[in-house]
Design a binder for this molecule. Structure first.
Ligand SMILES: Nc1ncnc2c1ncn2[C@@H]1O[C@H](COP(=O)(O)OP(=O)(O)O)[C@@H](O)[C@H]1O
Ligand SMILES: [Mg+2]
Length: 278
């Protein structure tokens, strides 16, 4: 076991009291590695013995299941139309790692009436609080109301970018909008597809220059993930756990605060409050 792995195991043992911990991974731009990071975070945390649920919050176009090579026969759409129970749509990747899929390209879900969305969220809450120590939200790219709601409901959202200037600009824009619209002040930044830590830190510094100057947001650097040439091949083979990628994820996890902080409002109340303006 690497040092980072040991730290993560220890931290998880310490932070195992008092409810469910929520993690959200978001980005301004698509294709930066959110799903891959969510899946790897889920794997690493569940390997410490915790029960982890990944929620594919990308209602429009989900792909967690593609990466894991599991195609659930039923998804949220079936649940909505009464053709499946919540238990039916839960996918057990391993004993400690489960996920809920929204199905692929189901755009009508995003347009459902509010009371149905609310009842879905309450069911998710029951599920999360009933059986999981960590819940990871993989969000769709861009700045939508739903994403802002999820991102602002966690203690310290993870904003993911790559060194590409367009991705950096979009990451900054996302932080700025979430800070302004939802008042969220603490953010974590992860830079993916870097050559090394130096490049990641440079990207972080360039974003911090802007956030310090033009926003009230405080952005901390959680670390970077190296670019891996053969990752696409692995994903095609549906084995998304690259050794170097995983070791970078452990490094990131070792710097995360893994305890559950006593927040004023619960994750779910904040989420619903933001979605429905209460
Ligand atoms: N560190 C990395 N090295 C090489 N390729 C990567 C890396 N991270 C992500 N990718 C590639 O980027 C693609 C998009 O990743 P994905 O997680 O689907 O992004 P998102 O969910 O943000 O749209 C993946 O198919 C993968 O091939
Ligand atoms: Mg994705």
């Amino acid at each position: 076991m690497s040092l980072d792995q040991q730290v993560v195991h220890l931290k998880h043992r310490e932070g195992s009291e008092g409810g469910t911990r929520y993690i959200a991974v978001a980005s301004g731009k698509g294709g930066v590695g959110k799903t891959l990071l969510s899946v790897n975070l889920g794997k690493c945390i569940s390997d410490t013995g915790k029960k982890v649920l990944i929620v594919d919050a990308d209602l429009g176009l989900s792909n967690v299941h593609l990466m894991l090579g599991i195609t659930p026969r039923r998804n949220l759409t079936h649940f909505f139309f009464g053709e499946a129970t919540f238990e039916d749509i839960l996918v057990r990747v391993s004993e400690n790692l489960h996920f809920i899929s929204s199905g692929s390209g189901i755009l009508e879900l995003a347009k459902l009436p509010k009371d149905q969305v609310l009842s879905l969220i309450r069911r998710l809450q029951e599920l999360a609080e009933g059986g999981y120590e960590v819940v990871i939200f993989d969000t769709p790219p861009g700045i939508h109301e739903d994403t802002i709601a999820v991102v602002s409901a966690v203690d310290r959202p993870i904003i993911l970018t790559t060194p590409e200037p367009t991705a950096v600009a979009d990451a900054y824009a996302l932080i700025k909008v979430v800070n302004r619209e939802a008042g969220t002040e603490s953010f974590s930044l992860v830079v993916n597809k870097v050559e090394g830590e130096v490049e990641g830190r440079k990207v972080y510094e360039s974003i911090r220059l802007l956030t310090d100057r033009f926003t009230r947001a405080k952005v901390e650097f959680l670390g970077s993930i190296r670019y891996r040439k053969n990752l696409i091949r692995r994903i095609i083979d549906q084995d998304p756990y690259d050794r170097v990628f995983t070791s970078d994820v452990y490094n990131i996890l070792s710097k995360m605060d893994l305890g559950v902080s006593p927040k004023r409002r619960s994750f779910w109340d904040t989420l619903i409050g933001r979605l429905f303006g209460r």
